[in-house]
Ligand binder design. Structure first.
Ligand SMILES: C[S@@+](CC[C@H](N)C(=O)[O-])C[C@H]1O[C@@H](n2cnc3c(N)ncnc32)[C@H](O)[C@@H]1O
Length: 234
C-alpha cells in the first residue's frame, strides 16, 4: 500500500504539488467476520495514510462514488457461492465425489464458469458506481492462460491429491480401493462430502474480458476508468 501511495505522490509532485501535500485515505474491506483488529494493529505506525475498515461483501456496493483507486489482491477467485446445480442430484452438474471443478465434468466446469461471470459482473458493476471518472481498478488473482486445461490449476492438484491420499490411507488400512469420500467414514458421511464444493475459480484472460464487456465499466460514464487485471498462474 505504501508503494502505491508513494508512486501517486511522486506523480503529483511532477505536476507541481509539494511532497506530502496530498492526503490519502485507505479503506480496507473484507467480510464483517474478518478480524479487522489484527489488520489495524499490523499496519506500519509510520504510514502516510488514514486507515479505515469497511465490512461487507465486494459482491455488492460498499462505498459512495468516491474511490480513485480500487485494488483487490487474491480475493476474486472466491465466488459468491457454490453454483446451485452442483448440489442438485438430478443435474448433470452434480459434483459427486469431488470438491472442485478442475477434474470434474464439463457440466461442472461450465457451472463454475457461469457463476464466475455473474459474480465478476456484479463486482465490476458495483465498483463502476463507486469509482470517480478517471479512476483505476487493479486486480490480482490466480488464473489460467487461455487454452490451458482447468486440471492444470493447482487447486485441481490439491483436489486430486486429497482424494488420492485418502485412498492410499484406506488401502493401507483395509487393502481395498474405495472412493475417496468413503474414507471419511465415521467423521462425515458420504452425502456431506458430496455436498461440499470449494467456491474457488481460476479465470482466463478471455473470461475477464467477457465480464468487463458485459459490465457497467463499459458504460459511457465510466469510459475513463482503467481496469488492470493480473492473472497469476500459481
Ligand atoms: C487470500 S485472502 C487475500 C488477502 C489480501 N488481499 C492479500 O493479498 O494478502 C482473501 C480475502 O478475501 C476475502 N474475501 C473473499 N470473498 C470475499 C467477498 N465476497 N467479499 C469481501 N471479501 C472477501 C477473504 O475474507 C480473505 O480475507
Amino acid at each position: 500500500m505504501q508503494n502505491i501511495l508513494e508512486v501517486v505522490d511522486k506523480k503529483y509532485m511532477t505536476q507541481g504539488a509539494t511532497s506530502g501535500s496530498i492526503e490519502f485515505q485507505v479503506f480496507f474491506s473484507d467480510h464483517a467476520s474478518n478480524d479487522f483488529n489484527t489488520l489495524f494493529s499490523s499496519l506500519p505506525p509510520s504510514r502516510k495514510y488514514f486507515a479505515a475498515g469497511v465490512p461487507g461483501s465486494f459482491y455488492g456496493r460498499l462505498f459512495p462514488r468516491s474511490l480513485h483507486l480500487v485494488h483487490s489482491s487474491y480475493a476474486l477467485q472466491w465466488l459468491s457461492k457454490v453454483p446451485e446445480e452442483l448440489l442438485d442430484k438430478t443435474s448433470p452438474a452434480w459434483n459427486k465425489g469431488r470438491i472442485s471443478y478442475t477434474s470434474s465434468s464439463d457440466e461442472v466446469a461450465n457451472a463454475y464458469a457461469a457463476q464466475f461471470q455473474k459474480d465478476m459482473k456484479i463486482f465490476l458493476n458495483a465498483r463502476a458506481k463507486e469509482i470517480v471518472v478517471g479512476g483505476m481498478i487493479v486486480l490480482i488473482m490466480p488464473g489460467l492462460p487461455d487454452g490451458v486445461h482447468r486440471s492444470e490449476f493447482p487447486l485441481g492438484v490439491l483436489d486430486d491429491s486429497l482424494c488420492s491420499s485418502l485412498m492410499d490411507m484406506e488401502n493401507a488400512i483395509n487393502g481395498v480401493n474405495l472412493k475417496c469420500q468413503s474414507l471419511l467414514h465415521g467423521l462425515i458421511n458420504e452425502s456431506q462430502v458430496d455436498s461440499f464444493n470449494l467456491p474457488v475459480y481460476a479465470a482466463t484472460p478471455m473470461e475477464i474480458t467477457e465480464a468487463e464487456i458485459s459490465s457497467a465499466l463499459e458504460s459511457s460514464y465510466n469510459k475513463g476508468t482503467q481496469l488492470i487485471v493480473a492473472l497469476k498462474r500459481e
